[in-house]
Design a protein around this ligand. Sequence first.
Ligand code: ZN
Length: 204
Amino acid sequence: MSEAPAVALTFDAEHPDRPHHRADATDRILSALADAGVRATFFVQGRWAESHPSEVRSIAAQGHLLGNHSTYHARMTLLTDEGLRTDVGRAEGTIRDLTGVDVRPWFRCPFGDGHDDPRVRAALDELGYRDVWWNVEPFDWDPARTAQQVERDTVARALAVGDGAVVLLHTWPGTTAEAVPGILEDLRAAGVRFVTVDELERLP
Ligand SMILES: [Zn+2]
């Protein structure tokens, strides 16, 4: 029998921009992960970190992997090289000041924008970052989707990808907070091994 498929749950931790956000969503997600003994990867937006320092410290203290999700959550392709360096560097400093963690090399482009843009990639590379794409997207940011849909799609698509699945979730939707315990339970029952993105041999 082959080794259990490795699945990385990733959460973008950022200011919510949709109506189904819940103030306690991040804490509920962290509790569910702690209850299940699962480590995940959190891409933290600098401006969100500035306004939610205790959540950021909890993410780090609970052993999750931290990545950089920019300062302003602007589309990277809209920024000049100098603007990109300033934006990315400021988030890096904010997270380091709060947690002591150096988030490099882990980065996720806001909206995924710029991930395939040679200029953005070169600028990130120069700063010591690798952009982390995903291959499972349950669209939890969409207020039209229920927690049941988010749970069902995450589980089905992660199992369809199998080893090397990287799931894109967010820390702020109430639906995500509701869905995470079932996602953990169902994927574990299916024999999945949960990993952080630094443990994957190949990123999507
Ligand atoms: Zn984002």
